[in-house]
Design a protein around this ligand. Structure first.
Ligand code: ARG
Length: 463
């Protein structure tokens, strides 16, 4: 039996309801516990909306001033941590609207004219994400600059380049850093492109069909710094493609950071010993006193999982939703917020760690000389001497087998024994068997020669 004695709790939408919301339902449906972080954007959107309502004559100048002052005061309370959020008021939008009305009276009740939470929340998320994208692009660019410095410093440092994680050919450490940088620049480019679709304005679409009030959407568009107005109201309130695109770009960022992490973890291990990560970016073991663990890199590699998971969440939340707004969309916020936080925190901690790592040049060079890393150079040497490449490949294969049997490197094979395999080999062969010669020989745009690495750094700095 409904309890008819107790008045239902105040809800902004309770006019047609006879009984109070079940506490289980209230707890299940509320979003203020996580969407409160949209408050600054919600207030920015509301001030723009009220200003527009004033300019077209729907609100009086006094009402606009009261609303604007009230919202600014609420913004102050929120940032000071003094605002009391009420789960009974469901979400950030209704908490702020109710607080405004409590503060300024009837003018507060007019704020929601010509607006719905559906276009309001879509606007808030876009404003939030626009900021997040700008911060992420800045973090990517700053990490890319760090890598430019490391690349310049380590242009002459030689490390083994791998394919299949087997030693392939020697490369400049700086070249490797510029490869990482290229990944980050593409990430920034992708975000800049995604930003174009984020920065479009849904406000004015109201619940789904628009509003009969004489609004002027170009005013709110200008005030909020949107590039354009979304011109279909059904699409405007239901589209979350832009958030999915962001999570997709964010997933790629994390995939890139994860690949870098994997390399750093290997490089910092004793068998590799190519780099020493700064102590302040590592942790120890509670049982093994000798351990210094690359936890940041491992955590970033692990956190890529949650970001990729969030992308899946958003895709599945959207799949199967009919037009227009559905409450399913409330589920977009936690994965989206988590993605923004995870990517930014990862970039902020990763970049200074990489900038401060010490490269152990001797170890790198020694490793580059192992594993017959100059075998391709020997084949190219034979080609220059007139041997067809396929024959040269086979000759070098036999030299490698000989060196393997003897437990030595190609450069340590006696000349006469190499000549027994091919008479095209003469004593100038030893010049091409050094790793320095191998690296320096790849002297074209995109090649690993230290001179090319320095030139690429210069181009990046002047470009
Ligand atoms: N909290 C909701 C969300 O995040 C706001 C919009 C709710 N609109 C509605 N008609 N129930 O999507």
């Amino acid at each position: 039996m409904p309890d008819t004695n107790t008045p239902p709790p105040a809800k902004l939408w309770d006019g047609r309801f006879d009984e109070a919301t079940d506490p289980l339902v209230e707890a299940f449906t509320e979003s203020v516990s996580f969407d409160a972080r949209l408050a600054p954007y919600d207030i920015q959107g509301s001030i723009a909306h009220a200003t527009m309502l004033g300019r077209v004559g729907i609100l009086s100048a006094e009402e606009v001033t009261a609303i604007t002052d009230g919202l600014n005061a609420i913004a102050g309370e929120i940032s000071a941590g003094d605002f009391v959020w009420k789960p009974a008021l469901e979400d950030v939008h209704m908490n702020i609207e109710q607080a405004l009305t409590d503060r300024i009276g009837d003018a507060g009740k007019k704020l929601h004219t010509a607006r719905s939470r559906n276009d309001q929340v879509a606007t808030d998320i876009r404003l939030f994400l626009r900021d997040a994208v700008d911060q992420t692009i800045a973090a990517l660019n700053s990490f890319a600059d760090t890598l430019l410095d490391v690349a310049e410093r380590e242009a002459d440092t030689i490390v083994p380049g791998h394919t299949h994680l087997q030693v392939a050919q020697p490369v400049s450490f700086g070249h490797h850093m510029l490869a990482w940088r290229a990944m980050l620049l593409r990430d920034a480019e992708r975000l800049a492109d995604c930003r174009k679709r984020i920065n479009r304005m849904p406000l004015g679409s109201a619940a789904l069909a628009g509003t009969p009030h004489p609004i002027d959407r170009s005013i709110t568009c200008d005030l909020l710094g949107f590039d354009s107005i979304i011109d279909n109201s059904l699409d405007a309130v239901s589209d979350r493609d832009f958030a999915i695109e962001f999570c997709s770009a964010a997933s790629l960022i994390m995939v890139h950071l994860s690949r870098m992490s994997e390399e750093l973890i290997l490089w910092a291990s004793a068998p590799f010993g190519f780099v020493e990560l700064p102590d302040r970016f590592c942790t120890g073991s509670s049982i093994m006193p000798q351990k210094k663990n690359p936890d940041i890199a491992e955590l970033v590699r692990g956190k890529s999982g949650r970001v990729i998971g969030s992308l899946q969440s958003l895709l599945v939340i959207m799949k199967g939703q009919p037009l227009a707004y559905n409450r399913d969309n409330q589920e977009d916020k936690e994965p989206l917020f988590d993605t923004v936080d995870t990517v930014l925190r990862s970039l902020h901690v990763f970049a200074p760690m990489v900038g401060a790592m010490a490269v152990k040049r001797e170890r790198c060079l020694a490793a580059a000389a192992q594993g017959f890393s100059t075998a391709t150079d020997l084949a190219d040497y034979l080609v220059i001497k007139g041997v067809p490449f396929r024959d040269a490949h086979s000759i070098v294969g036999r030299c490698v087998r000989l060196a393997t049997d003897r437990g030595c490197d190609l450069a340590e094979l006696p000349l006469t024994e190499m000549q027994a395999i091919s008479d095209a080999i003469s004593d100038d062969v030893f010049d091409v068997l050094t790793v320095e010669g191998s690296v320096a020989a790849r002297d074209h745009i995109g090649g690993t020669a230290p001179a090319q690495v320095r030139a690429a750094v210069q181009r990046a700095r002047s470009g």
